[in-house]
Design a protein around this ligand. Structure first.
Ligand code: DX5
Ligand code: ZN
Length: 224
């Protein structure tokens, strides 16, 4: 599967969000990662469906990877589908009825993702794998950008990669948290194909140079 670099707008300048998204897309990003936090499921508060809708109305038509860190989550799914989400990821801990929540996303016409926190086992995947288009492994505890990558996430990625391959289904494997140019290749070798990076990209002076360095590190893993 082709490698996708997904800048997280959590670290963008929110006063000029549309421009920031345009800039990272021009700089070579494949998709945009849109972090939604509610100060309940996670201890931070970000943006909601109205912001996504405004971005769409302003002409931003890239693939939007919406990561919901909100509880309860079901009520917001329809709003994000309507606003123009391509994929919506949810945490099993944020719903009482995982099957229903994943079905709501897919029935609405978006792709569905399931997210595993650092201390959450992959056991829910056994039943959910038929309902997902993406598995997201958190390599930090969700809530903030700029945290350090948790090394045990690499073993978890390998496990997830194995389960995805065994399923024979077309499922992307994403890693989120603490991804930089110097560890992105490790994540790729462990099986990830989609790489969220917030502070590493938006915190750099030259988005294009940073994304290019990441892409080169990823391409080298394919050459081996
Ligand atoms: C954390 C978010 C991440 C975050 C990543 O809860 O889900 O997407 O923005 O930021 P960095 O790349 O700075 O760790
Ligand atoms: Zn995220």
């Amino acid at each position: 599967m082709q490698h996708w670099i997904a800048p997280s707008i959590l670290s963008a300048d929110f006063a000029k969000l549309g421009e920031e998204i345009g800039a990272v897309l021009d700089a070579g990003a494949d998709i945009i990662h849109f972090d939604v936090m509610d100060n309940h499921y996670v201890p931070n508060l970000t943006i909601g469906p109205l912001v996504l809708q405004s971005l769409r109305s302003s002409g931003i038509d890239c693939y939007m990877d919406v990561h919901l860190m909100v509880k309860p989550v079901d009520r917001l799914i329809g709003d994000f589908v309507e606003a123009g989400a391509d994929l919506i990821s949810i945490h099993p801990e944020s719903t009482e009825h995982l099957h229903r929540t994943l079905s709501l996303i897919r029935d609405g016409g978006a792709k569905a993702g399931i997210v595993f926190n650092p201390a959450t086992s992959l056991s829910a995947l056994e039943q959910a794998i038929k309902l997902v288009d993406l598995v997201l492994i958190m390599s930090v505890n969700p809530g903030f950008g700029g945290q350090a990558f948790i090394p045990s996430s690499l073993a978890k990625l390998k496990q997830a990669r194995q389960r995805i391959d065994e399923s024979g289904r077309d499922i992307r494997l994403e890693i989120d948290g603490g991804i930089k140019a110097d560890n992105i290749a490790d994540a790729a070798r462990a099986g990830a194909d989609t790489f969220v990076a917030g502070s590493a990209i938006f915190g750099s002076d030259d988005y294009a140079a940073t994304i290019k360095t990441m892409r080169r590190a990823l391409d080298e893993t394919l050459a081996i």
